[in-house]
Design a protein around this ligand. Structure first.
Ligand code: NJP
Length: 235
């Protein structure tokens, strides 16, 4: 699919995998709406990307903010033809040491946030009978890891949401694509973990190029799931 003329809403675009996806999309001719909570960082990135990018800050865990952000895009004539549900947080501790607030935050951002954004974009996609929703999940959705109980549960939950949604909307011309990356060198990891393992991790640019390659497949194909692990496998 030719990405020129497409406009993708990328959540969690201020850094890491989301930023790399936004940059790669622009490089391939698409426009991007950048969302995350850090407004200033987003503005800088939008400036760097030029006329192809617009910053719309929003906290995806707040349904009112998501709705407002979507209306802002529509009003500005940047109605997205694609959504990349990338915003995510991870708190990797033994379950018994995980504060309740951390549990709630992971569910609110990783699972509910993606559902709120999907709910915002779907009606107009259904009307146009065209659209693409990409979910950046995790290998933790399909592989159990110690200290990733709740994180893995949010990703597995979103995976089933997305799979069931695909069954509902694929006949309406909407593609739902799940990407399950393994360890990638971003700020989701603590500086200690990065220092020790970064050499064994993928770069955010590698993940981004895989995501955008899927988006460029012919419109008559529907990639459903990609598992992308580092060359040497999981850490
Ligand atoms: O993480 P990081 P990644 N509302 O921390 C934003 C998955 N993944 O790029 O709001 C809106 O560098 C945050 O911006 P800000 C992972 O689960 C990764 O690694 O300004 N946005 C930032 O832009 C996640 O789904 C690995 O703080 C919110 C971005 O999210 C995706 O990849 C492995 C937000 C996070 O950037 C990107 O993660 C894997 C909110 N409430 C899956 N909260 C990996 N890196 O190894 C945060 O299996 N953000």
């Amino acid at each position: 699919m030719d990405l020129a003329g497409e406009a993708f809403w990328v959540t969690g675009a201020s850094r890491g995998i989301g930023k790399a996806i936004a940059e790669e999309l622009v490089r391939c001719g698409a426009r991007v709406v950048l969302s995350a909570r850090s407004a200033e960082t987003l503005e800088h990135l939008a400036d760097a990307l030029g006329a192809a990018a617009m910053a719309v800050p929003c906290d995806v865990s707040d349904p009112q903010q998501v709705e407002r952000a979507y209306r802002q895009m529509e009003t500005a004539g940047w109605q997205p033809t694609g959504l990349v549900n990338n915003a995510g947080i991870g708190n990797f501790q033994p379950f018994t040491e995980l504060p309740l607030e951390a549990v709630q935050a992971m569910v609110a951002v990783n699972l509910l946030g993606a559902m709120y954004c999907t709910a915002a974009v779907l009606p107009s996609m259904l009307e146009r009978k065209q659209g693409t929703i990409v979910n950046i999940l995790s290998v933790a959705a399909v592989t159990p890891f110690r200290h990733a109980t709740v994180y893995g549960a949010t990703k597995a939950g979103l995976q089933m949401f997305a799979d069931a949604l695909r069954a509902e909307v694929r006949s309406e011309g909407i593609r739902v694509i799940n990407v399950l990356p393994g360890a990638t060198a971003t700020d989701i990891w603590s500086p200690e973990v990065l220092e020790r393992y970064q050499a064994q991790m993928m770069s955010p640019e590698s993940v981004a190029s895989a995501v955008v390659a899927l988006l460029q497949l012919p419109a008559d194909s529907h990639p459903e799931m990609l598992i992308l692990r580092p060359g040497q496998g999981d850490l």
